[in-house]
Structure formats: structure tokens, C-alpha cells
Design a binder for this molecule. Structure first.
Ligand SMILES: Cc1cc2nc3c(=O)[nH]c(=O)nc-3n(C[C@H](O)[C@H](O)[C@H](O)COP(=O)(O)OP(=O)(O)OC[C@H]3O[C@@H](n4cnc5c(N)ncnc54)[C@H](O)[C@@H]3O)c2cc1C
Length: 418
């Protein structure tokens, strides 16, 4: 029995390793078109900033190491050109035919940008940029696209002392229809010396270096060609078991959509943490188990020039679109006791007026942002109401939190609005 996995990063390798662990008799083969596998794209902004010294630190395993550690064969520089599912056969770009019994498609996403642009998506992109910066440090750099990658990248380049302009066509940062959030983030970034140009439709400003962080799309051409159905999001439609419409063919990671646990609709939120978890489930099911991936609540975090910015669930606008009748509050508090160098923290909470159910929130601050957003993400997953949140027994000691945590302060406000 042979399982073939297409794609050798987060989702693909999680699937391959899990399948092999659960069924040692399975022959597992990973095909990866690039020359590296098992790397952390999430670390690329920190490589460019200089916090990670060498790109090799971002690589978890080489193909040989993966074989040694997981007993899974990986072929790099091997691109799959076509899938003929009726014959359970793959054709590589070099024309080689390979048989599979089970298949996991983990082809990720691709950067949306014009030909010849410099994106920051793959390890190869990051290394190219890293080497370019070492050889030709730019006096001025432009980052196009103010999503989380653009913002992290702009902060990283600015930290190296170069002049950085962050440009976006939209009037908002992070593609969120949130004037207050945009104003806060903009203020923080400008304080760090990043010039922020929003609602900018003209040609990009002059600079020695221009990097595109202008968005992603699911990489589904191969899957589509094989008759694998896509969902409304444009990514591969999968069941809870990560199976596609073709029996025995699974998909996971940035190429696949999943269920949004707050809205109950399919969603496409391409993140490494989700890719790993989806991959594990796809691998388990490909190995004959029955496991399910429960979906996501849309939790994410980024660092914007030292400010932690985190989200979970839906914004007020998204909640309205999803058919809820939302109320929202945004409060300012402190991350620790004021007398213990407490720093400002902003919490936004969104809830449904009819049921009191929590629908989403955001946390902005220097410290403790991940802890607070994770409490909220857990609350969303448990379908808690604002009252439930208010009743949580959260930890307090002056070096870590104020006596009334910022989440509880926000919940206190929000119950008054419902
Ligand atoms: C700069 C940056 C920062 C990020 N930061 C974060 C973060 O902080 N937190 C977070 O959760 N996520 C983050 N992400 C997102 C995260 O890296 C991705 O969600 C994750 O890598 C997705 O894993 P994947 O395996 O689905 O896809 P990918 O990592 O894209 O891997 C897919 C692989 O499939 C290969 N492939 C494609 N087509 C073929 C084919 N036909 N034949 C053979 N191989 C093929 C590709 O070469 C690729 O190596 C970041 C991404 C970037 C770029």
C-alpha cells in the first residue's frame, strides 16, 4: 500500500509522518518541487530582521534527516504535473509515472504578484531577499501589501535601519474594515519610522528594493486538473476527515478550505498552525483511521513594530455578514498591575445580541497578547457567552496581570450592551 504526499512543508510532512507512525507497513513517499522541505516560512521576517542568523536555522529536516527520523522517503526537485485518479497514477514534470493507493494533496498557496516581482512566500524567496539585502543593502525599501506578512516585513526592514514605506490600495491595514485599529497600528508603525501609504493607487514610490506581499491564493491548479472539487473560497473542498470528492484523495493546509466554527461556513485562512493540524488528520485518515478536523475559529497573531496584534473569531462587520446581530466594545486597560510597569492593552469583543454568544475579539499590546487571545479562542470554541467569559477564573499576580484582567473588563462592558 503506497501513500503519496504532494508538498513537503507543514501539511504534507505532518500527513506523511503521522500516516507512517500509525501504519508502519505503509510505504510513504513525499514529492516536493522545491529543493528544501520542512521549513518555517513564519520565521522569514525574523531572518530578514537579523534575529534569526541564518536561513538554515529555519529548516527542520533535510530529506535525508526526514527519512532517518520518520522513515518516510522524500524526493525534492520533483514536481507533480498531473494526477490520473482513475489509474491512481501521478506524472511528474520529467514524465515519470508513479502509482499511489492513497494521496494527500498539500500544495499550499501561491503569492499573488506580477511576473518578475520579489515576493516573500517560500524559503527560496526569503533566501533570495536575505542574500540581496546582504549584498546590496537598500537605502529605501517599499513593501507592497499591508496584510500580516507586509506589516511584519516592513517592521523587520525598518529594524535594520533602512527607510521603509508600506503601501496598500485599501484604506485599512490588515484588510480589516476597522478605522480605529488602522489608526493605532499606523501610529505605532510611524513611530518606528515606517512610512504608511494607504488608499494608494498610483505607482509605488521610488526605492532600491520593492517587495510584494500582495496576498495569496490557494495553489489548486494540479488538483483542479484532476477533477478535485473546489469550494466557494476557491480552495479544495474537503470533508471533516480532510477527504476530497475523490475517494482516497485527501487535501490539507493552505490549498484546502475548512469550517469556520463561529460562522459555520467554509473558510480559507492559510496559516501554518492550521496546516500542521489538517495534515495530521489527513495522514491519519489516509492510514485508515477515522479522525476529524473540527475547523478553525480564525485565530492569528502578528508583531507590528513591537506591538502584538491578535484576532480570533469574526469582526463586527463579518458577524453582521454572517447573519448575527452583533454588539461590540473596545476597551483600554493594562497588561499588568499599573505599579508593576503595566503597559497599555486594548481588547475588543464581539458578541451576538440575541444569544449573548461570543463571536470574536482582538487584543493589542506589548505583552501577554498570545495568552489573552488564546483564552478568547478557547471561549469561542466552547461557544461561551459573554457572561460565561465574565465568570472565568483568570490568573492574577502583579507581574503578570492586573487584578481584573483586560478580557474581563471588556466582558463587563459588553454585557451592558446586550
Ligand atoms: C512570511 C510568512 C510568515 C508567516 N507567518 C506565519 C505565522 O506567524 N503563523 C502562521 O500560523 N502561519 C504563518 N505563515 C503561513 C504558513 O507558513 C503557511 O500557512 C504554511 O507554510 C502552509 O503550509 P502548507 O504545507 O499548506 O503549504 P506550503 O508551506 O506552501 O507548502 C506547499 C509545498 O508544496 C509544494 N508543491 C506545490 N505544488 C507542487 C507540485 N505540483 N509538486 C510537488 N510539490 C508541489 C511547494 O513547493 C511547497 O513547498 C507565514 C507565511 C509566510 C510566507
Amino acid at each position: 500500500m503506497r501513500l503519496v504526499v504532494i508538498g513537503g512543508v507543514a501539511a504534507g510532512l505532518s500527513a506523511a509522518a503521522r500516516a507512517k507512525r500509525l501504519d508502519a507497513s505503509l510505504e510513504v513517499l513525499v514529492l516536493e518541487k522545491g529543493d528544501q522541505i520542512s521549513y518555517s516560512a513564519c520565521g522569514l521576517p525574523y531572518l530578514l530582521e537579523g534575529q534569526v542568523r541564518d536561513w538554515r536555522q529555519l529548516v527542520g529536516f533535510t530529506a535525508d534527516e526526514f527519512l532517518g527520523a520518520k522513515n518516510v522517503s522524500v524526493r525534492t526537485s520533483t514536481e507533480v504535473a498531473a494526477i490520473a485518479h482513475s489509474r491512481r497514477e501521478l506524472t511528474t514534470h520529467s514524465g515519470e509515472k508513479l502509482h499511489y493507493d492513497k494521496l494527500v494533496v498539500a500544495t499550499g498557496a501561491r503569492a499573488r504578484c506580477p511576473e518578475q516581482c520579489m515576493p516573500l512566500h517560500t524559503l527560496a524567496d526569503g533566501v533570495r531577499l536575505w542574500e540581496h539585502l546582504r549584498q546590496t543593502p537598500p537605502a529605501r525599501a517599499v513593501v507592497l501589501g499591508a496584510g500580516y506578512i507586509g506589516i511584519e516585513l516592513a517592521g523587520a526592514l525598518r529594524a535594520r535601519g533602512w527607510g521603509v514605506t508600506l503601501v496598500d490600495r485599501s484604506e485599512h491595514l490588515l484588510q480589516r474594515d476597522d478605522t480605529e485599529l488602522t489608526a493605532t497600528l499606523r501610529r505605532v508603525m510611524e513611530r518606528h519610522g515606517v512610512r504608511v501609504l494607504l488608499a494608494h493607487n498610483g505607482p509605488p514610490p521610488e526605492a532600491e528594493l520593492t517587495v510584494h506581499a500582495t496576498g495569496l491564493q490557494p495553489n489548486v491548479t494540479l488538483a483542479e486538473g484532476a477533477g478535485i472539487e473546489l469550494g466557494r473560497t476557491g480552495a479544495i473542498r474537503v470533508t471533516e476527515r480532510m477527504e476530497t470528492n475523490l475517494a482516497g484523495v485527501f487535501a490539507a493546509g493552505d490549498c484546502a478550505e475548512t469550517l469556520h466554527r463561529v460562522t459555520g461556513s467554509p473558510t480559507w485562512i492559510p496559516l501554518g498552525t492550521t496546516a500542521n493540524k489538517m495534515g495530521r488528520v489527513a495522514g491519519a485518515n489516509a492510514a485508515g483511521r477515522r479522525e476529524r478536523f473540527p475547523g478553525v475559529t480564525g485565530t492569528s497573531i502578528l508583531r507590528a513594530c513591537g506591538l502584538g496584534v491578535a484576532f480570533t473569531g469574526v469582526s463586527q462587520a463579518q458577524a453582521r455578514q454572517a447573519g448575527f446581530r452583533p454588539a461590540a466594545v473596545r476597551i483600554q486597560s493594562r497588561d499588568r498591575a499599573a505599579y508593576f510597569r503595566g503597559r497599555p492593552v486594548t481588547v475588543e469583543l464581539v458578541a451576538d445580541c440575541e444569544t449573548g454568544r461570543l463571536l470574536g475579539g482582538s487584543v493589542l499590546g506589548e505583552y501577554g497578547v498570545e495568552g489573552r487571545i488564546n483564552v478568547l479562542a478557547t471561549a469561542l470554541q466552547a461557544r461561551m457567552t459573554v457572561e460565561d467569559l465574565l465568570g472565568l477564573d483568570l490568573a492574577y499576580a502583579p507581574p503578570y496581570a492586573p487584578v481584573m484582567d483586560a478580557l474581563l473588563v471588556a466582558a463587563q462592558q459588553l454585557v451592558k450592551e446586550l
